[in-house]
Each structure stands twice: as C-alpha cells, then as structure tokens.
Design a protein around this ligand. Sequence first.
Ligand code: BJ8
Length: 382
Amino acid sequence: MELKKELPEIFEEFADARKNSFLAIKELKEEGIPVVGVFCTYLPREIPNAMGASVVGLCSVTDETIPDAEKDLPRNLCPLIKSSYGFAKTDKCPFFYFSDLIVGETTCDGKKKMYEILAEFKPVHVIELPNCQTEAGIGLYRQELIRFKEVLEKKFGTVITEDAIRRQIHNRNQILAALNRLQYVMALDPAPALGLDIVNIVYGTGFKMKIDTLAEEVNAITDKIEAEYAQGKNIGKRARILVTGSPSGGAALKVVRAIEDNGGVVVCFENCSGMKPLDPIDEDNPDVYDALARKYLNIGCSCMSPNPRRMELLDRLIDDFHVDGVVDLVLQACHTYNVETSLVRKLVKEKKGLPYTVVETDYSQADVGQLNTRMAAFIEML
Ligand code: BJ8
C-alpha cells in the first residue's frame, strides 16, 4: 500500500482517530450497520465483527465528564471508570450514543459495579471474565463467549457462523502482527520516532471502522518508518523507557509527554495501549470459541490473580527493546495495578537491575509540572 502522506501528518491523523471516526460511525448507523461498544481488551471483537457489526472502544480518557459521573459514583474511583460513565450519562460521546449494545466484562471491581448502574439507562451485556488463567477458567470463558454470541444473535436477529468467526480471526491475526511489527521498530537504537507517535497509531487503530484493510495500512506506515530510518532519520540517543501499568491513553499521555519532553523516549508500552494484547489467535484450533478463550484470557492484566503473564512479558520486552528504565503508570484508585507495583518493582530492580518508578495520576492537568520534575530527575539518573 502506497502512502502519500508524510509521517508527521499520519501521526497526527491517528492521534485524532477517535474524533475523526465520530462521523464514520454516524454514516454506518445510517446504513443500518449495528454498532457494539466495548471497554476492554479481553473482549474478542471477532464475534460481533462476524455478524458485520462495527465495534467501537468506549473507554473515555478525559476529565470533561467526571463531575457529572461523580453525582452517581464515588469520587475516589478510577478516572477511566468515571470518565466512561460520565460520557455515557451525558451522551457527549457519539460512540455511546450510537452503540446498540454495550459490552462489559467482570474485570476490576470498579468497572463491574459501574456496569450495573450503566445498565439502568443503556443496553448492557456483561461477560463473566474468570480471574484465573487456568483450564477451568478457559472453559468458563469459552462458555461465556458462546453466550455472548447467542445474545448478539437474539438482539440483532442474525446467525453468527463459525466460518464467519474464523475469517475474522484470520483478519485479526493480520492486524495483531502488523501492530507488533510497528511497535518493534522502536527496538532500534537510536529510536526512529517518539513513543507518543507510535502509541497514537496503535490507539487510533482501535477506532478504525474499516478493519479489512487495517493491517495493510499499519504495515505501510512501518515500511515508511523503516525506509526513513535506513536513510539516517532517527530521534538521536535518548534514555529508553518502558511504560507499564494502567491504560495510558488520552489525558494519561501527559506522563509520556513528560518523559519525552525531558530527554527520554518511550520505546515500549507494555500496557493495553501497546504490546499486552498482541499474541496471535490459534487458527489451527478447530474450536473457534476455545481458540478465542485461550488467546484472550491469556492477557496479563492485573485483574488476573495470579498474573504471571504480565511479568513474563515485561521480562522479555525489557530485553528486546534495550530498556534503560521502567515507569509504572497507575491511575488513581486502580487497586489491582497499584498492588502489583511491588511485584513489578522486584522484577525490574532485582532481576533486571534497572531503575524503576511509579507514577500515580488521574486525568486532570494539575500535576503536569510535578510530572515534568519527576521524569526529568528519573531520566537524569539513567
Ligand atoms: S485488560 S487494563 S482494558 S481491564 S478500569 S483496571 S485502570 S481501576 S482498564 Fe483495563 Fe481490560 Fe485490564 Fe486492559 Fe484499573 Fe481503572 Fe479498573 Fe482499568
């Protein structure tokens, strides 16, 4: 695929992907295409995609609607949950407005309790996500995915065939491989681009409505980055940072900006905005629901107990991306990621022998000055 645009333009376009897709979603609705709104990486988009539905990400990541949310929800709740609920309540987010069905999973306590309140004014289906990655857990999740398929069939008066799911699995694998390849350009030293640009592309792909050409589109960007790098274009020597923890999109990107404005570069995002959900789905498994359950339940989110997959992934990514230091981003009141900081600290400091710091933040801009000071000091010592 030939890309006519320049990289800075492409980076900007993807950074605005969520905003730009508001119009696209309206057009899809006018064509009668169902829209399914989702919150989490654990949700296999392949199932709604198999009935021709568009799937949109609903996690909202600004503080704009938090005051409205706090009329119903406690103030000391994770900002991602309050923001998402606030956008649903005020109908300020077109994705919520146009979603025919909103799908949540029993991940963290705050989210699953919020869904109960959301269901009072929006059509919500909650998938029971086991919190253990055992064979029993996989079996339960497989059953839940079949139940989800049946809910979709009933609600939209359609039939979802296994062949249609299989085709979506194949397409999703192409997308996952393309996202993996794109992020691995940052293993190059010096890095070819800023982490902010790369994460915006990855985040933006979640809002692309045309998913059948998405892998090709991402691969074309990677080709372009690689070609420019071969001609000597890079961002120069900088301290190489890995970001892990709670999702880092939207307002939380202030942490990434603070790192990159103070002499660092985020070469790797271990979290859901980055490498965490990129393992392929087994296309040779004759049972599509088992294949989906195994792939998705295997994601190393802190709502799993225990959560060894996150530590294994971190261990590998620190080596692959030649990381100099790790920043663990914890959204305020995110207890699961907060508790896991002690395990991550141990892995990074004791096993990998690298500097590590935790940043606890929310979606306000009040701590930007403080973040700059802290990140500058962290990078200084690397
Ligand atoms: S797979 S990271 S998208 S649950 S909402 S856990 S920040 S307290 S978002 Fe997530 Fe799925 Fe896991 Fe990824 Fe904490 Fe806030 Fe809960 Fe959150």
